[in-house]
Ligand binder design. Sequence first.
Ligand SMILES: [Mn+2]
Length: 324
Amino acid sequence: MIDPAAVEEIKQILGRSKRVLVTTHIAPDGDALGSLTAMGLALEQLGKKPTLVCDDGLGEPFTFLPFADKVVKRVRGSTHFDAVFAVDCGDIERTGRALKPLQKKMPPIVNIDHHVSNTHFGTVNIVISEAPATAEILTNLFLQIGVELDVSLATCLLTGLVTDTQAFRIPSVTAETLRVASLLTDAGANLAEITMRTLVIKDLSTVQLWRIGLNNMHLEDGLAWTTISQADLQLVRDPGAPHDGLNNILADIEEAKAGIVFTEREDGRVKVGFRSRPPVDVAQFATKLGGGGHRQAAGALINGPFNDAVKQVVELVKQGLKEA
Ligand SMILES: [Mn+2]
């Protein structure tokens, strides 16, 4: 249940609006894009003219989403909008350049999000940090304002829910999350297909990167780490492929308390990606290196040379794990 006063304010804004810009955060994930397209579909159902903007666009594996082809990187034509909806976006800076063309005459902003760090930048703010996904908040909002959950809308929303919860596996998943998911499957969303497309299937380059990473893996004193150098990247079909999953594999080793993937960048700097299982806090290490993140997933970008950087961070983290 969403605060009825906030829902009333949203209804009033919608009552005065025809053209609505919907946006989300840069480097979008499944919850960002699922929420963006769901909001667009809902607005269309309510007779509005939505424009969906994501500064980084919408790419694989999310092109299957209903309304995916409506997502643009920049506003074209008139920059007059009656309202802005920002979904899954903790900070207005995270919208990138999406709102730049509106700066001179910014309409009311409705901010719907679940990031604990949300800056409440909206005219109306629905920020529920206990919710595991923005899509869960949106589902409840749609029910409260009388939007019908059809199969397209349900598919977008369930995609947000499945991806942000890693298929309902994280601690913030509650009975309410499962009730929302069952409403969405009742409406026709295909849970198995969404999970397969967004969490299971990987492109070949990703798995090639994992192979390199697993070959280079070390495990000492409760720390699992691996290195991917520029020379290694030459062996991968698409060197830019994501290798987040590799991080999780390392941190999932029973004998490991934390996992680190070191990636050598073209500019000589070193990307350091941390993962851990509760209660081990890796954000402290990332922060020490000038980066940041969450307790169980954090990162930093540090200076090379590569081998020296790896050695230094491994020693720092091993020491920290020993003291903890
Ligand atoms: Mn999210």
